[in-house]
Design a protein around this ligand. Structure first.
Ligand SMILES: *[C@@H]1O[C@H](CO)[C@@H](O)[C@H](O)[C@H]1NC(C)=O
Ligand SMILES: *[C@@H]1O[C@H](CO)[C@@H](O)[C@H](O)[C@H]1NC(C)=O
Ligand SMILES: *[C@@H]1O[C@H](CO)[C@@H](O)[C@H](O)[C@H]1NC(C)=O
Ligand SMILES: *[C@@H]1O[C@H](CO)[C@@H](O)[C@H](O)[C@H]1NC(C)=O
Ligand SMILES: *[C@@H]1O[C@H](CO)[C@@H](O)[C@H](O)[C@H]1NC(C)=O
Ligand SMILES: *[C@@H]1O[C@H](CO)[C@@H](O)[C@H](O)[C@H]1NC(C)=O
Ligand SMILES: *[C@@H]1O[C@H](CO)[C@@H](O)[C@H](O)[C@H]1NC(C)=O
Ligand SMILES: *[C@@H]1O[C@H](CO)[C@@H](O)[C@H](O)[C@H]1NC(C)=O
Length: 823
């Protein structure tokens, strides 16, 4: 039972919490946020009495009744926008004694929704926003009900085309800002704002649809300081400037005429006369951004009455391609500090810039310019200009000593073969998008105070290759931030960053081609941010990770490194690296969790690899043994293979070896062709010794005077038998094999046979004479002999061998033998 009660209490508590407005307290304010809760009435009981800021926006209030805010006397700020309010009762705001700020925009309020006297209880109101309601329907401003607001300083409402600013506005005697946003007014006439005459209005913000303005339209605003007419899209600046004629000789802080002319094809030419309306006002800041201005006529600046007022001039995002003279006049603006003419987008028919392909000749004549800057200039933004393709020249800026910021990013100079001087105090230089394939290493070396260098996508990989002595950044000892992203870099000159060991804080090398950590880290004192995203890094070795950890402790835990989108590998080689990713105190993007090529060829993440690190380690160990054993087996197979080949062709190999060796011996010159040392080498088995050394020798040597080589007699003692056999065969005209069964069985038989065979092939001569001294069936003959049988002179001698003591040398056998030796 107890528990059920508790549960019930808990549930009801939760429910009431869900409906509750969110209370936040700061030192000075208590904010009650009841926004976007689909409330139909104001939940007075849930709003703390001491609330100072009340947010009721985004509800469905429809009707705000008498005393809706009873007791909320501390609320100074009330948000009621977008709450579908259609009607207020006259006492709706009573009780809001401290209210100074109310936002009623984007409701369904029309003139009748606001009963006269509605604002009387909150007459201390300083800020009122009633824009985007339904006043448009009756084409009337609710000026009568507003006239109680004598303390109102800022009024924001929608401008209604054709409606008249009524007399009620005259009572807003504290009004200093009038915002018409949104505003459908097409035309400003001399009498449009007469009701505001004499009010202390300083700021005007018109986001209207002006097509036409009369010159005296702003005359009633006698104290105006800041004028913004923006977003008209329909009126050329040259037509709009005339509205300044009634502000002549005023001291103003800002004239903002941005985005007033947008059309596909049109361009605006501002004559020096039109420009003189601007020049007639002593204004500190002029913004003419995004108006399709094509030309500001030469002489415009010279004709300005107040050249010594303008401090900031922004003509960015136009189509200015001329007039060159105007650029040369700029230096006359004696107090100009900020000049922004970035992003001149050439549209439509004015796309006249010639697409000249870069001519390498251009780089040869290095021009030198001297450019006068406005003497107070501090910041120059000339980024994104569609200039005629041109190489950088040597430029010397005069009066550039105050310049701290030069942004020429994405203004595509076709080379970097120039030296820029005269900007000794420059702190920021942007040269992204230059084509620095040709780079003068001293290009920026005069910027001794440079702190930030942006050079993205500038082909530095090629340009820096020639800077072998690392001059490019030498001496820039204050450089803190370097951005070399997207330069195709594969490596950096180890000396490149030497001058920045103490100063470098942040380096962006993303979108390059590095496959390892690109530079030595050990010397840096304050390097805290390294971006290596989108390179080709596989892993870092242990030295790099140790160095990085050292750096991390040097910069006291502030080191951040980005490594996403590399070619990281989660394999056996990177085990230590993967562990390091999650162990290091360096702040890595993704917390060290990157995609990586896994050991099995799939795509995984480093977090996955870490989770499975034990298995991975095991796999790597087995892989190691697998690889080792495979290698060993392979080696063994190769050895066996080679051995068997060698064994099979051992005699052939040996023969060739001996041939070659013989060539290199001195006596190899002994003529092979004509004079053999022996007429024949007789190869025989010891069993036939008697016959060979008896009848055979006495016939061939005694009778016929031939010389024979017999191993028993002629082989050199001390030489190897193989050498002897080879020499004997080489030096004999013929080789006689005395073939008996025992000869065929002997070890040397085949050897001698093969040697003879090799020589036959080599010299293409029939040198082999076989004497069969026994009957031997063909199948018992050595295969190698059978293969060459046709080229062998075969003589059978069985009968003659037996009669060894009384040889009949007249016999046919001896004749044939003799014949075959001498032919
Ligand atoms: C009031 O609430 C709306 C809707 O939640 C919110 O957009 C707005 O920022 C809030 N205003 C303030 C000042 O907190
Ligand atoms: C609201 O209060 C006013 C007086 O402050 C009164 O005249 C009016 O009748 C009241 N409206 C309603 C609906 O109570
Ligand atoms: C508007 O006022 C200017 C002087 O401020 C005057 O020259 C011009 O004629 C006036 N235009 C009309 C239509 O009254
Ligand atoms: C503008 O300011 C200058 C000096 O700050 C002052 O001398 C001059 O009177 C001012 N002009 C107007 C119209 O207020
Ligand atoms: C300029 O020429 C190059 C090739 O020569 C071409 O790729 C490029 O699109 C051209 N640019 C313009 C703006 O015509
Ligand atoms: C310079 O101009 C470009 C383009 O208009 C802009 O993106 C950049 O932020 C500007 N630089 C500064 C410092 O305002
Ligand atoms: C390190 O660099 C940061 C950021 O540029 C800077 O605020 C800090 O003073 C530097 N520290 C040292 C010791 O130079
Ligand atoms: C690592 O990143 C992948 C993909 O981005 C994600 O699915 C996974 O949950 C992350 N793992 C951890 C531990 O954060």
């Amino acid at each position: 039972m107890k528990y059920i009660v508790l549960l019930f209490l808990f549930v009801s508590f939760k429910c009431s919490l869900a409906n509750h407005c969110k209370i936040t307290r700061t030192k000075t304010d208590i904010t009650c946020d009841c926004s976007s809760k689909n409330l139909r009435r104001i939940p007075l009981r849930k709003i703390p009495r001491e609330t100072t800021i009340l947010n009721l926006s985004g509800n469905s209030l429809t009707l705000v009744t008498n005393n809706s805010f009873e007791g909320l006397g501390k609320v100074h700020t009330l948000y009621l926008q977008s709450s579908k309010i259609t009607l207020f009762e006259v006492g709706a705001f009573s009780g809001l004694d401290s209210l100074t700020y109310i936002d009623l925009s984007s409701n369904f309020i029309e003139k009748e929704s606001l009963p006269p006297g509605l604002f009387r209880p909150i007459s201390k109101l300083q800020y009122l926003n009633i824009a985007s309601n339904l006043f448009l329907i009756s084409k009337e401003y609710p000026d009568r009900v507003l006239q109680d607001l004598t303390h109102l300083q800022t009024l924001s409402m929608s401008g209604i085309n054709g409606a008249v600013f009524g007399n009620g506005f005259k009572y807003l005697t504290s009004l200093n800002s009038l915002n018409l946003d949104p505003c459908s007014i097409n035309e400003l006439q001399n009498d449009t704002f007469v009701s505001f005459k004499g009010l202390p209005i300083l700021n005007l913000n018109f986001i209207c649809r002006f097509k036409k303005v009369q010159p005296g339209a702003l005359a009633p605003f006698q104290s105006i300081s800041s004028l913004a007419i923006v977003g008209s899209e329909l009126i050329r600046i040259s037509d709009l400037l005339v509205v300044l004629s009634s502000l002549r000789d005023r001291n103003m802080s800002l004239i903002d005429f941005s985005s007033n002319y947008r059309s596909r094809t049109g361009a605006d030419i501002i004559s020096s006369e039109a420009f003189s309306y601007l020049g007639g006002v002593c204004v500190k800041e002029v913004i003419l951004r995004r108006n399709q201005i094509g030309i500001i006529q030469g002489g415009s600046i010279s004709r300005m009455k107040y050249k010594n007022c303008l401090q900031k001039f922004d003509v960015s995002q136009n189509n200015i391609y001329g007039d060159y003279q105007t650029a040369l006049e700029i230096f006359k603006l004696s107090v100009l500090k900020v000049l922004d003419f970035s992003k001149q987008e050439i549209l439509g028919p004015y796309k006249k810039i010639k697409n000249e392909s870069f001519n390498s000749e251009d780089s040869k004549y290095s021009l030198s310019y001297s450019v006068d800057l406005p003497p107070s200039l501090e910041r120059l933004n000339a980024s994104g200009l569609s200039i005629k393709l041109s190489p950088l020249a040597n430029v010397n800026f005069k009066f550039g000593s105050h310049v701290v910021y030069v942004d020429v990013n994405w203004t595509p100079f076709t080379n970097c073969d120039g030296v820029i001087t005269g900007l000794d105090n420059l702190q920021f230089f942007g040269m992204s998008g230059f084509n620095c394939k040709i780079l003068n290493p001293k290009m920026i070396s005069s910027f001794k105070n440079l702190q930030e260098l942006q050079s993205r996508n500038a082909n530095l990989n090629i340009g820096l290759q020639h800077d072998v002595n690392a001059i490019f950044l030498k001496g820039l000892e204050k450089l803190r931030i370097i951005d070399f992203a997207g330069n195709g870099l594969e490596n950096l000159n180890p000396e490149l960053l030497r001058s920045q060991y103490n100063s470098l804080y942040s380096v962006d090398l993303s979108n390059n081609n590095f496959d390892d950590f690109p530079f030595q880290i050990t010397e840096f004192k304050n390097l805290s941010y390294i971006n290596l995203e989108n390179n080709k890094i596989i892993d870092f070795d242990e030295k790099v990770t140790n160095d990085l950890d050292d750096l991390e402790s040097r910069v006291k835990g502030h080191l951040k490194i980005r490594l996403d989108r590399n070619l990281l590998q989660c394999n056996c080689k990177s085990l230590i690296f993967i562990k390091w990713l999650f162990k290091t105190k360096i702040q890595l993007d993704n917390g060290g969790n990157y995609s990586c090529g896994y050991i099995d060829g799939s795509k995984k993440t480093t977090a996955y690899a870490l989770k499975n690190i034990d298995e991975l380690t095991k796999q790597c160990a087995s892989k190691f043994w697998l690889i080792t054993s495979v290698c060993l087996t392979l080696l063994l197979i190769i050895i066996i293979f080679i051995s068997s080949i060698v064994y099979k062709y051992r005699i052939t190999l040996q023969y060739w070896y001996l041939v070659i060796r013989r060539r290199y011996k001195i006596y190899s010159k002994l003529d092979e062709q004509s004079d053999y040392k022996y007429s024949a080498f007789v190869a025989y088995h010891h069993d036939n010794y008697r016959w060979v050394c008896g009848p055979l020798t006495s016939f061939l040597e005694g009778e016929k005077k031939l010389s024979l080589c017999l191993h028993d007699r002629d082989f050199a003692l001390g030489s190897l038998i193989v050498d002897n056999i080879f020499e004997a065969i080489s030096q004999s005209k013929k080789v006689i094999l005395i073939v008996s069964k025992s000869f065929l069985k002997s070890t040397w038989c085949e050897y001698e046979l093969d040697m003879a065979r090799m020589r036959m092939f080599r010299e293409n001569k029939d040198i082999l004479i076989v004497i069969l001294v026994e009957k031997i069936p063909p199948e018992d003959m050595p295969k190698s002999l059978l293969r060459i049988w046709n080229n062998v002179t075969c003589i059978e001698a069985e009968e003659y061998v037996s009669e060894e003591n009384t040889p009949q040398f007249q016999h046919l056998f001896w004749k044939r033998l003799y014949q075959s030796i001498i032919t």
